[in-house]
Design a protein around this ligand. Structure first.
Ligand code: GLU
Length: 337
């Protein structure tokens, strides 16, 4: 599955992740699922969702299940799944794997400052973990500001990443995380764990920036008795200065590349090499040849440097392949503008 948050235009990094998910799914005759992660209502906009869907289609990355297709495991927009999350939140609360926390922002900030002054990593103290039922009931009735926290058990979380191999995380470094603001307002790590299970996701292929979320999601799956998907974390995309590719580095959204005259086949071919390599000299790959050749074993761990010269070279190649008629047709919108 690809699970973009509609908080901005389709980023080249998200498009690369979607491509790898798509290639892997198609190669193994699986389904490729598009899920819109719009739990952050303040930052999510329909305009961005539209841009994401349009540009995936323009690139030729087509999904089998998604918000505009009636799949078996819908709805495919998190904002339409609140009743599903509420059911599982309730279960976690009842089974004492989650609790209401009434600590104020000021209190938490003071705690953070104190821990940092002691050279400790800031984490929640667990103050509200053992409030008695009467106190909780009273505070809830008084509509005191509250969040729901997940109890992180003390243990080591192990999993086998299909790219990075065996990984181990010590939960001593993670405080009890906030999983919801209330029963109707869930946060990322919790919603993802529920959706991946409910949507029968077999493989989670995503950027390395999500690696620290994985142990949290595994612990939530364990508390809810869910099966665990297989994980594969893709290398970061780095700018020419070898820092994480971001808006500081000229174009980063697919629509900008499109505006600049790059063809979808050039972008696909280019993105495939952002972390994957067939291991020989071949450089030209169509999306259908990529489906045949792609494998996670050939995805590297090291960051992938975004080299725009390579993209220009590929675009030149694909432009020269076009007939005069086709090229004219492609040029007209640019000329008109
Ligand atoms: N919604 C997340 C993002 O846009 C992706 C989450 C995931 O793949 O688990 O970064």
């Amino acid at each position: 599955r690809i699970a973009p948050s509609p908080t901005g235009f389709l980023h080249i990094g998200t498009a690369r992740t979607a491509l790898f998910c798509y290639l892997f799914a198609k190669k193994h005759q699986g389904s490729f699922v598009l899920r819109i992660e719009d739990t952050d209502l303040e930052r999510s906009f329909l305009q961005f969702e539209k841009d994401i869907l349009e540009n995936f289609k323009w690139l030729g990355i087509e999904w089998d299940e998604g918000p505009d297709i009636d799949g078996k495991y819908g709805p495919y927009r998190q904002s339409e799944r609140l009743n599903i999350y509420a059911k599982y939140l309730d279960k976690l609360l009842k089974e004492d794997n989650a609790y209401y926390c009434f600590c104020s922002e000021e209190e938490l900030e003071a705690q953070r400052q104190y821990q940092m002054s002691q050279g400790l990593a800031p984490r929640y103290s667990g103050k509200c973990a053992n409030l008695d039922k009467k106190t909780i009931k009273k505070k809830l009735a008084e509509e005191k500001p509250r969040v729901i926290r997940f109890k992180i058990p003390a243990k080591k979380v192990n999993f086998n990443d299909l790219i990075r191999g065996k990984l181990e995380f010590d939960t001593a470094l993670i405080g009890d995380i906030i999983i919801a603001k209330d029963l109707n307002n869930t946060l990322y790590n919790f919603a993802v764990a529920v959706d991946d299970f409910e949507m029968k996701i077999s493989h989670v292929i995503r950027g390395e920036d999500h690696l620290s979320n994985t142990p949290k999601q595994i612990l939530i799956q364990e508390a809810l008795g869910f099966s665990q998907p297989q994980y594969a974390h893709l290398p970061l995309i780095l700018g020419p200065d070898r820092t994480k590719l971001s808006k500081r580095h000229e174009s980063v959204s697919v629509s900008e590349f499109k505006k600049e005259g790059y063809l979808p086949e050039s972008i696909i071919n280019f993105m495939a090499f952002l972390g994957w390599n067939p291991g020989d000299e071949r450089e030209i790959y169509s999306i259908s040849s990529l489906i045949k050749e792609f494998s996670l074993e050939k995805v590297q761990k090291a960051g992938a440097v975004f080299n725009v010269k390579k993209l220009d070279f590929l675009n030149g190649f694909y432009i020269r392949q076009k007939s005069a008629e086709k090229l004219t047709e492609l040029c007209i919108p640019y000329l008109a503008e």
